[in-house]
Design a protein around this ligand. Structure first.
Ligand code: ADP
Length: 160
């Protein structure tokens, strides 16, 4: 049976940190689905389709990676796709508590689903979508923090 990992998140927008996790887990699993969340209660800068399009562009050279959009519980999506590993990335201590409760909730909802945490590389641990947007809003240098084409998209959206 092929091993499928689902990497869910907002990816608003995709960063170098996310891309590093995707690349690394694609060496461990047969197939990786990057799942773009479309939650009603979250305010995103980019629509789910825009976020997915950026991801597709960024991972197009990797045949093991698929990008999908889903509105609803990740575990529901997992059942549909017959996948049982959720991958999440871990940066500083601040991620730990949030990721821990999320993994426990998912275990409660779907005991057959396992959450695997992947540590960020030290050189990327400070990169977050929120931080990147803050830098973009104030005209800072984003080189290396997000793919080059995303820098343009951020500038267009935030600085006109
Ligand atoms: P969410 O809104 O669901 O937290 P994000 O897009 O912010 O979605 O992040 C998706 C996942 O990627 C989360 O598990 C987050 O901790 C992880 N992540 C975000 N940035 C990095 C990074 N720089 N290095 C490693 N993991 C990261």
């Amino acid at each position: 049976m092929s091993k499928i990992a689902v990497y869910p998140g907002s990816f608003d927008p995709i960063t170098t940190g996310h891309l590093d996790i995707i690349e690394r887990i694609s060496h461990v699993f047969d197939h990786v689905i990057v799942l773009v969340a479309d939650a009603d209660d979250k305010k995103y800068l980019f629509t789910a389709d825009e976020r997915a399009a950026f991801l597709k562009k960024a991972v197009k050279e990797n045949p093991k990676v698929e990008v999908d959009v889903f509105k609803g519980l990740t575990v529901e999506y997992m059942r549909r796709r017959k996948a049982n590993v959720i991958v999440r990335g871990l940066r500083a201590v601040a991620d730990f508590e949030y990721e821990g409760t999320l993994a426990s909730m998912n275990r409660r909802l779907a005991p057959e689903v396992e959450t695997f945490m992947v540590f960020s590389r030290p050189e990327y641990y400070f990169i977050s979508s929120r931080g990147v947007k803050e830098v973009a809003r104030n005209g800072g240098d984003l080189k290396g923090l997000v793919p080059d084409f995303v820098i343009n998209e951020l500038n267009l959206r935030l600085r006109g």
